[in-house]
Design a protein around this ligand. Structure first.
Ligand SMILES: Nc1ncnc2c1ncn2[C@@H]1O[C@H](COP(=O)(O)OP(=O)(O)OP(=O)(O)O)[C@@H](O)[C@H]1O
Ligand SMILES: [Mg+2]
Length: 722
């Protein structure tokens, strides 16, 4: 855009992503968002925001008009709707009237954005333009916005999670075993409102991991107890937005907006706001099946108790979770994340793939890849500590583990080739070296929970290695959790035989067998999905129980299918879900839902190869086939394949934040990139981290509290607290 030179610019914000206002005689007012060309993540954000331009409406967003280079910076040009970033107006509490006069249009802007099917994922005052005089509000900062109704956020080091930690919903931190959806924006809206009303954030934290801990586990002091004269109902609205689980929050922005309008009307008429039931207009016509787990408290407690024993006694424990496909094994184990926010421990996971059984140790490689990548985003001092421990543990055999986790070479450097040995000796050597490698992560200061999923497909080399680990007394501070489909494991399956050997060797094996959901649990799941009383849900729950035998995956699919076919529908006038049992019964679903599943798979988009292939499968094969996994991804709004291969533990563990790099050929370069970071002479591990986390924040700037911020990663944090 050559005309940019005709504009005069005044800065609204400096920094890695700076904001300028441009004006000129007879020229349309514009805003410039300028990013350092050296900052890979920032540039991607501007490109992403520009790509969304057709979906951003001038009524509620500052619309992108061009993406260009200007003064050596990548620059996004926006139409200037007026107003100033809200963060410039904050710092002290706003009175009730000015608060509501801004809060209502903010909620309205967010509602319109959600109506367009977008999730912002970075709502905060700096991304909200406010014109207090006209009441106009426009959103900006769409650099990580998403078009998906739901998106899975898996745990990544807190330094590299996309978004702003001070405003981030618990599920967006990836530590909650929950997806991100429009309700994650509502949490960020709650933090923003809190700041507007009290002049301060609900939490303060000194480092990224502490932010994560605050959002996941700490309760904020309600705004009306902060001594700023906030009326109790306004405080309650903010606290509802700040609920830890999305189900307890407002479900829709329209619901928040309606309650705020009611507050404004009361305040203007009487200068007071009486308590009223919140969320009366918060009915959602989208069938959102809660992601909380029903009826698994006992099983989760068993897992947590095992981990507590590992922490307290420094022992090794093996827990096996079994049950039919879709019964909830992975979901139960992934609940461990919440408990394992450091300083308690580390979590790594990998998933066996039925088509990769002939490649030994792949799954262990995936699991440790996420831990090693986390090291790469650490400070040089912390990385140095890990490097020393790893080198000491691996000795001259580092190459064996580099073959498994190529990124390790960036931590410990190039390794000498290892001597060729006869197969049995080579296997013994590998087991010994791996055990020592594991021992660096599983330590008293940071016990490790290692989750290996879908053991029914494990390769024989890994099985031998697991047998070796659990029968070796040096392996300590480790909770090893395995999950497998018991309907796919016959008594002669190698897994069961090895377990037998392990038990005979005297190791304690804790077994959790997941049963179908009980009537009451399924009833609560349905009542929560349809926002009705458990009593009203009973007859429907009975039908679902009958058709799905209490299998949660099947139950969720069945309920979704009923809604899709219009047999469950949202009545906008009555603001509730309705169904007619007679019609459901008359529909005559078969005795089990496998037919239904196959029917659903046939309706999957043609371009989804898994869906089409699965639809052609004979019925029984389909029950056991990964096609269910695929249909499930689509069901929950995650396009299959968008997060990397579902079977890739590393891809999942990093939740699409990273590109999963193909393994290099032996001796090949891992990261071919020689970008800006390289030009600036960053240490090699940092450069790699930038590549590994393209949207990431390996820099300090995103921390609000800069002076006190000690950017530390979770792992380093652990080491120091020890
Ligand atoms: N207790 C529960 N309450 C509510 N939903 C549940 C529960 N358990 C599982 N689900 C849901 O059911 C689906 C299947 O769960 P999950 O993937 O954990 O099953 P799985 O046993 O690991 O299946 P697979 O054998 O295919 O790996 C998920 O969408 C999950 O959210
Ligand atoms: Mg599973």
């Amino acid at each position: 855009m050559s005309e940019l030179s005709s504009y005069a610019f005044s800065p609204l914000r400096e920094g890695d992503i700076a904001l300028y206002r441009g004006s000129g005689n007879g020229l349309a007012p514009i805003l410039l968002v300028a990013a350092e060309e050296t900052s890979l993540g920032c540039i991607q954000r501007l490109e992403h925001e520009y790509a969304l331009k057709a979906e951003l409406d001038a009524d509620w967003a500052a619309r992108p008009i061009a993406l260009t280079h200007h003064n050596d910076r990548m620059t996004l040009v926006l139409e200037d709707p007026g107003g100033v970033p809200l963060d410039r107006l904050l710092g002290r509490p706003l009175d009730v009237t000015p608060f509501l006069r801004v809060a209502i249009p903010i909620a309205a802007a967010l509602r319109q954005m959600h109506d367009r099917g977008l999730i912002h994922k970075d709502i905060k005052p700096a991304n909200i333009l406010v014109d207090a005089a006209s009441g106009g509000v426009w959103l900006t900062g769409f650099g990580i916005a998403s078009r998906l109704p739901r998106e899975h956020q898996a745990p990544a080091p807190p330094e590299v999670i996309a978004g702003t930690l001070a405003y981030m919903a618990p599920e967006q931190t990836g530590r909650m075993n929950r997806s991100v959806d429009s309700r994650s924006d509502l949490y960020a809206l709650g933090v923003t409102f809190y700041e507007m009303l009290t002049g301060q954030l609900p939490f303060t934290a000194a480092d990224p991991m502490e932010w994560v801990h605050c959002h996941v586990a700490r309760q904020p002091v309600p705004p009306n107890e902060q001594g700023a004269g906030v009326p109790a109902p306004l405080s309650a609205i903010v606290m509802k937005l700040l609920a830890k689980t999305a189900e307890e929050r407002y479900q829709t922005t329209a619901g928040v907006e309606a309650d705020l309008r009611r507050c404004l009307a009361a305040w203007e008429a009487y200068r007071r706001i009486d308590q009223f039931p919140l969320g009366k207009h918060d009915g959602s016509d989208r069938l959102l099946i809660p992601e909380r787990l029903y009826g698994r408290e006992r099983e989760i407690d068993i897992l947590l108790a095992s981990f507590d024993r590992v922490v307290a006694n420094g022992t090794l424990e093996l827990v096996l979770v079994s049950g039919h496909s879709g019964i909830g094994k992975s979901s139960v184990v992934n609940e461990l994340h919440k408990a394992l926010v450091p300083p308690r421990g580390l979590f790594a996971s990998g998933k066996f793939d039925q088509y990769k059984r002939d490649i030994p140790y792949t799954t262990l490689g995936q699991a440790f890849q996420s831990l090693v990548r986390a090291l790469l985003s650490q400070s040089e001092t912390e990385l140095g500590r890990w490097r020393d421990s790893l080198r000491e543990a691996l000795g001259p055999n580092g190459q064996l583990i580099v073959n498994l986790v190529p990124e390790l070479e960036l931590v410990i450097g190039k390794q000498p080739a290892v001597a060729d040995l006869p197969p049995q000796d080579a296997q013994n050597r590998f087991q010994m070296v791996f055990r020592r490698f594991l021992g660096v992560f599983a330590r008293k200061e940071h016990p490790l929970a290692l989750f290996l999923d879908d053991l029914q497909w494990l390769d024989s080399a890994t099985l031998d290695l697991l047998g070796h680990l659990v029968t070796h007394s040096e392996v300590r501070h480790l909770l090893l959790v395995g999950a497998y489909r018991d309907n796919e494991v016959s008594p002669s399956h190698p897994l069961l035989r090895t377990l037998d050997t392990i038990r005979k060797a005297g190791a304690f094996v804790q077994e959790i067998s997941l049963a179908p959901l009980a009537h009451e649990d399924l009833g609560r799941l349905i009542a929560d999905t349809l926002s009705c009383t458990p009593g009203r849900a009973v007859p429907l729950a009975r039908l679902v129980q009958e058709k799905t035998a209490g299998n949660p995956l099947f139950a969720i699919q069945f309920i979704s299918a009923l809604a899709e076919e219009g047999l469950l529908r949202f009545d906008h006038d009555g603001a509730r879900w309705r169904w007619e049992l007679e019609r459901l019964h008359a529909k005559g679903y078969t005795d089990n839902v496998v037919d239904l599943m196959v029917g659903r798979l046939t309706r999957l988009p043609r371009r989804d190869p898994g869906g089409v292939a699965a639809a052609r499968l004979p019925r029984q094969r389909c029950r056991d086939h990964d096609a269910f996994d695929r249909s499930r991804e689509i069901e929950r709004g995650r396009p299959f394949g968008s997060l990397g291969s579902r079977s890739s533990g590393a891809g999942r563990a990093l939740g699409g934040l990273v590109q999963v790099h193909p393994r290099p050929c032996p001796g090949g370069r891992l990261f071919a990139h020689t970008g800006a970071a390289a030009r600036r002479g960053a240490p090699p591990h940092r450069k790699a981290a930038r590549r590994a986390y393209p949207c990431g924040k390996t820099r300090r700037g995103h921390l609000r509290n800069r002076q006190s911020a000690q950017p530390r990663s979770g792992l380093g944090h652990l080491t120091r607290r020890a």
